[in-house]
Unconditional design. Structure first.
Length: 309
């Protein structure tokens, strides 16, 4: 009897699942308009205290915003090359497991910093910012002989704004990029700090400092379970888990930057102006159409053919 009940329950759950995956019939499908207000636009993806407790994340973030940010909110933003403050080795429990030479450390420091820089670019691009492509930024900096952090710090933000055509520049530093492992517990820690600086007056519009932990805890009671879970927790140190930690710390920072309605309106206004200019250009540059004898016609009208030699 019990087996029959379980079988019926299983069939029922499969049927419900299939029904949930079924498409809505075209005749009953709702017509849903675009451009509606979004729910949780400024909080979706932002960790709460409950999330941090559940995920065993002891990290924290501090984002300070200038009082006049809304008045001076930037539109075009350039994310400058980040720097890495770590020792550029693979570190577990504060113990380096690799012993790279100077060239290898330089390459790994650049790699780690670039990963966080790209994540910052990605999340800023989702907002009301026109983010300048880092490839172009790097090309301009190299053309001016900027090859490291010391060179970059010597350049005034207002000068960088003229070089890059940016309203603000973002500086960033990678503070921690480390792994932790203790039998049943494994974790990644990614921490960074930086600031967004106006290129109009050199004022810091936003400053940020903080870290995020990606923790995996596998409790066990017996010796066999401890051995199995200890081996399984090593999977937490995969590269894809590290990538999620990089993205999370940048996402949390960007979510704490206030939304600028002024910038949103400016982006919409510029787009409408470009559209209007394109329409006017189309009106004044109608394509010429050939007539029956291959001669072009102006204004879309066919020209009469002159049979005379």
């Amino acid at each position: 009897m019990t087996h029959k009940l379980l079988a019926c329950f299983g069939v029922g759950m499969i049927a419900v699942g299939l029904a949930g995956c079924a498409r809505v019939a075209p005749s009953t499908e709702e017509r849903r308009p675009f451009f509606q207000p979004e729910y949780q636009r400024e909080t979706h993806g932002r960790k709460t205290l409950f999330d941090r407790i559940v995920e065993l994340d002891p990290g924290g973030l501090e984002v300070k915003v200038a009082p006049d940010y809304q008045r001076n909110a930037p539109l075009r933003v350039a994310v400058l090359p980040f720097t890495d403050r770590g020792n550029a080795n693979f570190v577990v429990d504060k113990i380096p497991l690799t012993f790279r030479n100077q060239r290898e450390r330089a390459l790994w420091a650049w790699t780690d910093a670039q990963r966080l820089r790209r994540a910052m670019v990605a999340y800023l691009s989702e907002r009301e910012f026109e983010v300048i492509n880092p490839i172009g930024i790097d090309a301009v900096l190299k053309s001016h002989g900027i090859t490291d952090e010391a060179d970059l710090q010597k350049v005034d933000p207002r000068t960088l704004g003229r070089w890059l055509g940016a309203d603000a520049v973002v500086y960033g530093e990678v503070l921690n990029y480390e792994a932790y492992y203790l039998a049943l517990v494994a974790a990644w820690q990614v921490s960074m700090r930086g600031r967004m600086v106006s290129t109009a007056n050199g004022e810091a519009l936003v400053s940020f400092d903080g870290s995020r932990y990606s923790v995996n805890l596998l409790p066990a009671l017996t010796v066999e379970d401890i051995a199995i879970n200890s081996a399984e927790s090593l999977l937490q140190l995969r590269d894809v888990v590290l990538a999620r930690s990089e993205e999370e710390v940048c996402r949390e920072i960007v979510l704490r930057v206030p939304v600028s309605e002024k910038s949103r309106l400016e982006i919409a206004r510029e787009a409408l102006e470009r559209d209007s200019e394109a329409e006017e250009s189309d009106v004044h540059h109608e394509p010429e159409q050939p007539n029956n004898h291959g001669a072009p016609a102006r204004g879309g009208k066919l020209l009469a053919h002159d049979p005379s030699p």
